[in-house]
Write a protein that binds this ligand. Structure first.
Ligand code: DLL
Length: 433
């Protein structure tokens, strides 16, 4: 089943007219409603009269994550605060997190694209969905919730965590769809086996997994553990959270809803478009958003794009699974973590040095483990063991409260962490890709 057959299967010629019309309207709207964007467009000297259609998109300037952070908290909103019905926040590199605001109409759009995504994964009206993405400032829980409401699915808003309870809900209520991060899904399989439940006999037939990178081998592991179809969902808070792109049952790339989120793939160094099929940074322009519309937003996610029509009948292009990022952000248990956040904490604690390393690992079927090696001054090591422990606990607490994810802090002596002449190696990611 296709949720919005008209838009999802539209011939590219007709769709181009929509995209062109919507782009012109968005540029005009942004120029007149966002003082910051007006300044930016004026400074770039863009003649808006030259934006006649979607093919002119390259004449517009890019928007970077820093543009949102610099406008903290609400400076990039194109609507007065009273028209913003929902605010979401994701972590930032240093002080300021990324704040996004959606109007009622934007939430309606989010519901529509999430309904398209759930349908694309194979959900049908009447299905029950266990939504184990976190509800809150993270967009995962609410995004799936809105889409499931739009589709009239029965929602179990179980949110993330409390694994034994998740398993009981699944066994007793028998939902057909599971939505959560892929790593949490694998973790649940292990917990299930531990309590004597055979995951292969679960009621889940379809999984909608995203918010973090996951490999084809992880897909195989999930599918064989739970005996379900594991599909990939992509999104980011700056655009709408989950629901920007979604795999269909053919699992040959994620359909991106380009009537509303126009994709371009660029070389991150030159800013120029790459050839079709070549990997590059995904750039998205929102074509209908009102609260915080974005022009040519640089997602920092590396993908390639395929414009061939899919066997499922949808004409929207497909992006590949995310193969990496252009920045140093890592995703631990679905939470975005920037090494510089740790640096910021360490610089504020006397006795530590800004030499640190994050080691991320994941044992088969378990959740990500984050260990942080922190160099401390000699004198700290000469203190009593008890003092050392107190110091370690303090750093752990401060880091956890900034990152929003638990981490094991290990204090090490000066010069333990390898020095580099170039870019410091802040992250050792041992997870199998
Ligand atoms: O992670 C939204 C989301 C929620 C997507 C639930 C899918 C499911 P943010 O917290 O703003 O939003 O993080 C966005 O997460 O730029 C990617 O780097 C990464 N990401 C999201 N989905 C995927 C995916 C949500 N399917 C950032 N594969 C993005 C790989 C993903 N990375």
């Amino acid at each position: 089943m296709i949720w919005n057959e008209r838009m999802e299967c539209m011939a590219s010629g007709e769709l181009k007219e929509y995209q062109s019309e919507r782009l012109k309207r968005t540029v005009d709207y942004i120029y007149n409603n966002s003082p910051l964007y007006k300044k930016k467009l004026d400074a770039c000297g863009v003649d808006l009269a030259l934006i006649k259609g979607i093919d002119d998109i390259g004449k517009l300037p890019f928007t970077a994550k820093d543009d949102i952070r610099d406008a903290y908290p609400f400076g990039l909103f194109s609507q007065p605060l009273e028209n913003i019905t929902e605010i979401h926040v994701s972590s930032g590199t240093t002080g300021n997190p990324t704040v996004v605001g959606y109007t009622k109409e934007d939430v309606k759009l989010w519901s529509e694209v999430m309904a398209r995504a759930l349908c694309c994964a194979g959900a049908k009206p009447g299905d029950m969905v266990q939504n184990a993405y976190g509800y809150g400032l993270f967009t995962g829980g609410l995004g799936v919730h809105y889409g499931a409401l739009e589709m009239r699915l029965t929602i179990i808003p179980s949110s993330s965590g409390q694994t034994k309870r998740q398993l009981k809900l699944m066994s007793d209520f028998k939902p057909r769809i599971l939505t959560c991060t892929p790593s949490y899904c694998l973790y649940m399989a292990e917990e299930a086996r531990e309590i004597g439940l055979d995951p292969r006999k679960s009621s889940w037939e379809i999984g909608v997994f995203g918010a973090e990178p996951w490999s084809e081998s992880m897909r195989k592991e999930i599918e064989s553990s739970w005996n379900l179809l594991a599909t990939d969902i992509y999104g980011l808070s700056e655009i709408v959270g989950p629901g920007v792109a979604q795999e269909c049952r053919h699992k040959k790339g994620l359909h991106i809803w380009w009537d509303v989120f126009y994709p371009e793939i660029i070389n991150p160094k030159t800013g120029k478009h790459v050839k079709e099929g070549e990997p590059g940074e995904l750039v998205i322009t929102t074509l209908t958003k009102l609260g915080m519309p974005l022009l040519r937003y640089r997602t920092r996610d590396i993908v390639s794009i395929n414009y061939d029509i899919c066997k499922c009948g949808r004409t929207s292009p497909r992006i590949s699974k995310i193969t990496g990022r252009t920045d140093d952000m890592i995703i631990v248990r679905g939470i975005n973590v920037f090494p510089s956040q740790i640096e910021h904490v360490l610089l504020g604690i006397e006795g530590t040095k800004p030499h640190y390393q994050l080691v991320v690992d994941r044992e088969a079927g378990k959740l990500d483990e984050l260990e942080i090696l922190v160099e401390v001054e000699h004198k700290i090591f000469s203190d009593e063991i008890k003092q050392l422990r107190i110091f370690e606990e303090r750093i752990t607490r401060e880091i956890e409260s900034v990152l929003g994810v638990s981490a094991k802090v290990k204090l090490v002596e000066p010069k333990t962490i390898e020095r580099s002449e170039g870019k410091a190696k802040r992250v050792v990611d041992k997870r199998v890709k």
